[in-house]
Ligand binder design. Structure first.
Ligand code: NAD
Length: 799
């Protein structure tokens, strides 16, 4: 069987979703052509051009590197339909109207390549009905591909087949979406709004209804239904504002239009909330129109008052007692909430009960297994656990009884009984829907494992639902040594894996020591060393608190020694005899960035944020970061025809002096923290697989560490040029006096200090300059203020 090979993708529709899907394809290096209607005036590609320009301004950025917007090929249906013939996948994302979509399918059908997959991103239209308009030749290659907004960041993609979709097509698409686009695929049945939006929007409507019933304000509801409940921090109403109240109304309408009291016994609660209609009438669509359930006025966040139609002061918080209850183990938590007398506790129990009730009643019709529901809710709605997981954790049978009692007492949203499988047979016996064997499929009446596709062998520790007994990466493999700082382990006896265990994976002295030992062991018995963890961050750098305490307790001499030890650790990593591969995901800041850049190679998840941020806390990178910048500049200059070192240095200097952090792996590469031949991995769960294989391939290719070379620095003349610019920035009021002072020290290190241009230096020489600058700053009160501000507020202070 030949492999599905995606050389190019066409996206039809350059609206909110189409343009962002195109951007994400660019991020993951898939060539893309973006179509829209021909513009009535001006250049025919006008609509697409405007959409592509819009991508550059959107926050959070749909593009890994903003300038890459230029890589999106622009097209319109009047002039460029023949371009479709080059595409292996066509994603339709035009406005949500069945008649418009069908017209477009007729128009494009003659141009679509014979093998290409055609998929619709519709949120709620029937995929089967859409497919019926297609020629018979395309029908087997047609399905639904439902991305979530914003598509770069939302992990979930639902795939939906029709009765005529060829099974291999869906497998091919799932493989591509998983590994090339880096998404989590859930297969959904062809029912209105599919899985996540069906359960999620029903949940939001139910929450709004219960909030009204219990007389709670939006602020309190959001406080209760955000992080405290293990859900997206924006809670309920602020999430609606972020999504857009018009979009939300649209999804609600799909539910209202396509369901009825017979097909969905909760139908009555899908009525559009009065307050939502009122806001829509006022044109207050949420964040995009700067007013919705909330409105920001100056520094204050006001909330809408449905009765008066005015915005009133907000900020009310939930009762602390419920915050404490929500921290209890699941069974106790639910029991306390259910028996609590206060409105907030009753509200919380009610919305949880509704979510269990709704998910159980609809499981058989919308999804294949309970796992698909839980993954859809985690990946599409930012929940820590899906409804079935929480129910199971809290005690399946007990919770089921409570729901039954509430239904009987008329407290539930619908009197639809729980399905029989909840109480009788394998689920009740197993104490839940997820077991080691698999997750419950109410149709086949079996626990079914996740379907097997070769692509999933690239996920060594895939996400798993509670109760599935999946191997935990924190204890997996053979452990060689482990303490509070680091676990050293192996999966295959060939490559050693080092997992940092400190808070936020800070690089402490113990971590540095353990890393040195890891290199030692890897050199002796293994093909390579991979630094990896199964979640974020990679490492946020040095432990500031410990550093300050150390300085007070032991004095500057000790700090300098500690810095030297960190620097030696980085050099030990760089000159290791076997490859050290840093597998980065999330933040790699300060010392974390230094560990990455001193590794032999980096394998980074697309969502990696790398940078030397020390200036933000009034310090300079002190574990080799500045030395790296000077060396890279010399190496880059040596490869170029330019004689002048300064332009090569300026980039690195600016990144460090301004504490720049890449907003994606590809932007981190532009800042010089990833190299051209480092690997960017779209799917976070494939990182370890790629890193281990990279280490093995490097070993097999006869890896030797780089030579220890002398390299030229630009010296005092280059420093003078940089200083000239810094003086202008200070005098122009762009940087503070302390910024100026720190930048001067950065400039002194990266230029090599008071030496002639072209002087050859060693890494150790520059590292001594780094240490001196670092120790000087650590005694500066302005730096202390910055560190204290970071420790107490988490935000940099510019003093
Ligand atoms: P949008 O309104 O932002 O963009 C729709 C695009 O379709 C526009 O660029 C418009 O020029 C084009 N268009 C309009 N009429 C057309 C026609 N007759 N023929 C061809 N093109 C036409 O819409 P959107 O929010 O990007 O949604 C697009 C699709 O994605 C819809 O099916 C929607 O249900 C789905 N979706 C939306 C979201 C979301 O959050 N917005 C999320 C997931 C899926």
């Amino acid at each position: 069987m030949s492999r599905f090979n995606v050389k190019k993708v066409a996206v039809l529709g350059a609206g909110v979703m189409g343009a962002q899907i195109a951007a994400h394809l660019v991020n993951v290096k898939v060539p893309v052509v973006l179509f829209d209607l021909p513009a009535k005036e001006g250049p025919k590609n006008g609509i697409v051009t405007k959409a592509v320009e819009g991508l550059k301004k959107l926050k959070p950025s749909p593009l890994g590197v903003v300038d890459d917007a230029a890589l999106i090929q622009q097209a319109n249906y009047e002039e460029h339909l023949e371009l479709l013939g080059e595409c292996d996948l066509v994603i339709e994302a035009i406005a949500e109207r069945m008649d418009w979509k069908l017209d477009l399918y007729k128009r494009i059908a003659p141009f679509v390549a014979e093998h290409a997959i055609v998929a619709s991103n519709t949120s709620g239209l029937s995929i089967t009905k859409l497919s019926e308009a297609l020629p018979d030749a395309i029908k087997p290659r047609f399905c639904g591909i439902h991305f979530f907004n914003p598509p770069r960041y939302m992990y979930l993609v639902e795939l939906i087949k029709t009765p005529t979709t060829e099974p291999k097509i869906l497998d091919d698409l799932e493989t591509f979406v998983t590994t090339a686009l880096g998404k989590g695929v859930v297969r959904a049945k062809d029912t209105p709004n599919f899985i996540a939006n069906r359960i999620g929007i029903a949940g939001m409507l139910a929450t709004m209804k219960e909030a009204l019933k219990f007389g709670l304000t939006y602020d309190v509801v959001d406080d209760l239904t955000g992080k405290k409940l293990g859900r997206a921090s924006s809670g309920t109403f602020r999430t609606a504002d972020v999504v857009g109240l018009d979009t939300m109304a649209h999804v609600i309408k799909t539910l209202q239009d396509n369901l009825n009291a017979k097909t969905d016994p909760f139908y009555e609660s899908f009525a559009t909330p009065k307050v939502l209609s009122k806001l829509l009438e006022m044109g207050n669509l949420g964040q995009k129109s700067k007013a919705g359930f909330y409105k920001k006025v100056g520094r204050d966040i006001l909330r809408f008052d449905g009765d008066s139609g005015e915005y009133v002061p907000g900020g009310e918080k939930a009762d602390e007692v419920y915050g404490r209850m929500l921290k209890k183990p699941a069974g106790e938590r639910l029991k306390l909430l259910r028996s609590s007398e206060g409105a907030q506790g009753q509200f919380l129990w009610s919305i949880l009960r509704n979510s269990f009730h709704y998910a159980a009643v609809h499981l058989a019709s919308i999804a294949q297994t309970a796992r698909d529901v839980d993954f859809a809710m985690r990946w599409g709605f930012g929940m820590k656990q899906g409804p079935f997981e929480l129910w199971q954790e809290a005690g399946w049978v007990q919770v089921a009884k409570w729901i039954e009692e509430d239904i009987a007492a008329g407290k539930a949203l619908s009197n639809a009984p729980l399905p029989e499988w909840v109480f009788k047979g394998p689920v009740a016996e197993a104490g839940g829907v997820h077991t080691a064997e698999g997750s419950w499929n109410p149709t086949s009446k079996k626990f079914e494992p996740k379907h097997v596709l070769p692509v999933y062998s690239r996920q060594l520790f895939p996400e798993a639902v509670l109760g599935s007994n999946a191997t935990d990466w924190q204890s997996a493999g053979k452990t060689l040594q482990e303490d509070d700082a680091l676990r050293l382990w192996t999966l295959d006896d060939k490559v050693l894996v080092a997992t940092l265990k400190t808070k936020m994976r800070a690089i402490s002295m113990e971590v540095a020591e353990a890393l040195q030992q890891a290199v030692e062991i890897a050199e002796k018995d293994y093909q390579g060393l991979v630094v990896w963890a199964g979640d974020e961050p990679f490492s946020v750098g040095a432990d500031l608190q410990a550093m300050l305490t150390g300085m007070v307790g032991a004095g500057m001499g000790m700090v300098s020694q500690a810095e030297e030890f960190l620097q030696q650790t980085m050099l030990r990593v760089r000159y290791s005899n076997v490859p050290v591969v840093s597998a980065i995901r999330g933040m790699a800041l300060g010392g974390g960035c230094e560990l990455a850049i001193y590794s032999s190679k980096r394998v980074a998840a697309m969502e990696s944020y790398i940078g030397l941020v020390e200036v933000g806390v009034g310090l300079v990178p002190g574990a080799g970061g500045l030395t790296y910048i000077a060396r890279r500049a010399a190496e880059n200059q040596a490869k170029s025809a330019h004689k002048d070192l300064l332009p090569f240095l300026t980039e690195g200097f600016t990144s460090a002096a301004m504490a720049k952090v890449g907003t994606s792996a590809i932007e981190s590469r532009q800042l010089g923290y990833l190299l051209d031949d480092d690997i960017v991995v779209p799917n976070k769960d494939e990182l370890l697989y790629v890193a281990i294989n990279t280490a093995k391939a490097m070993f097999d290719a006869g890896y030797r560490p780089p030579h220890k070379r002398l390299f030229p620095v630009i010296g005092r003349s280059g420093k003078a040029t940089i200083m000239g610019q810094l003086v202008n920035m200070r005098d122009g009021g762009f940087i503070s006096a302390h910024d100026f002072h720190i930048a001067t020290l950065v400039a002194n290190v990266v230029t090599g200090g008071d030496v002639d241009a072209g002087t050859l230096v060693t890494e150790e020489y520059l590292m001594a300059l780094e240490r001196a600058a670092f120790c000087e700053l650590l005694q500066n009160t302005k730096t202390h203020e910055r560190i204290m501000a970071m420790l107490s507020t988490g935000k940099p202070l510019r003093n």
